[in-house]
Ligand binder design. Sequence first.
Ligand SMILES: Cc1cc2nc3c(=O)[nH]c(=O)nc-3n(C[C@H](O)[C@H](O)[C@H](O)COP(=O)(O)OP(=O)(O)OC[C@H]3O[C@@H](n4cnc5c(N)ncnc54)[C@H](O)[C@@H]3O)c2cc1C
Length: 385
Amino acid sequence: MLHITASSGSGPLRDDACSYAAALDDWLATRPAALEAASRPIAAYDQRVAATSTLMGVLYDEGWARYGWPEQLGGLGGDIVHRAVMWDALARHGLPAMALYEHLEVLAPTLVALGDPDFMAEALPRFLRGEQVWSQGFSEPEAGSDLASARTRAVERDGGYVITGRKIWTSWARYARWCLVLARTGTTESRHRGLSAFVVDLQDPGVEVRAIEQANGTDELAEVTFDEVPVGPERLVGEIGGGWRVAMHILAHERGTFGWFRHNFLTREVLDNLSLGGPAGDTLLGNALLDLAAVRASSFAGVQAHAADTVLGPRAAFVKLMLAASEQAVNDWVLASDPDLAVGVQDDHVAVNRQDYLFSRIVTVYGGSQQMQLDTIAKQILRLP
Ligand SMILES: Cc1cc2nc3c(=O)[nH]c(=O)nc-3n(C[C@H](O)[C@H](O)[C@H](O)COP(=O)(O)OP(=O)(O)OC[C@H]3O[C@@H](n4cnc5c(N)ncnc54)[C@H](O)[C@@H]3O)c2cc1C
């Protein structure tokens, strides 16, 4: 068995994703205890977060989670294909979800590209090790689809900035240390040109995080208020007035490559529920598998584009639409296969299925609603008037 350590980050595992995939598969086949613990169904969300964070620590210490990230920021080199391979393998070996480490693939590529290098050299390893989680503070009560109307304000003071405002639907803020906040540094009329992106420490005085309990019983979402919260200049991501560029960089991942990471776990959900299925669900299962195959192909194109230092552009809207459709199709099949979901929760497996089913009803909203994706396709691809 190949056992790698942090010091062995050179050679074939970094340069050749196939060697990395084979070595990782061998390691996962030994069933590390942290993988076993995170792979069982865990209904209590905070316990699921703790088990996943422990697994992240082990993956980091063994080296696996450091591949795909730059060496100067604590990684071991390679690119997004390594990360695509890692999460695919974890799902195949039984991990049911990325949970709040989804933000590793939504936020971290942008933080690495546009964040302060010294700050990120400290922060990225802590994220990868499962010690400090990040959240994304874009949406506001009056600014969701129309993100350019965000009103949270950042004012220059004493060489840094002071942030005041209110964000909502901030995933995992309750568990996060950091929030990437889109704030207004220009006039309201300047719309997207007057926005800047800042990293805010959610433990600072003036920050209040209020968890929002969802219909499925989890507390993934939160409302976050900022009352004159100071941030140093090293917490600016990109440039002043460059917040829209930061947001678009993030959305390119949230729409274009995220489908790869999430669809692996939807496939896991199918595998974990196959024993429930009966002939009545065959058509639904067929639909779900077809949708998953479409997401796999289209999102891998997104992964390859990012590996080649380019992006899918407006075509990422298709990936986002197909991902949402596949998540609903998988969960339609689970519900048809397990009527217990609707009448009562009997064990953790059913409880998690119920949470996943209810969550699947809102996946057409995050990262830009279904209507906004259709709007992108109509205007930017089909050039409709
Ligand atoms: C599970 C989940 C996780 C989320 N996580 C985060 C997060 O971590 N960070 C964050 O910042 N936000 C997050 N969000 C918020 C999400 O980005 C917003 O909900 C989304 O952008 C829609 O904004 P809104 O809720 O204000 O709805 P609105 O923008 O008010 O839209 C309401 C309805 O009107 C439609 N609509 C609006 N404008 C148009 C238009 N021009 N043309 C056609 N239809 C239109 C929309 O499609 C929608 O159906 C999350 C949301 C969900 C559901």
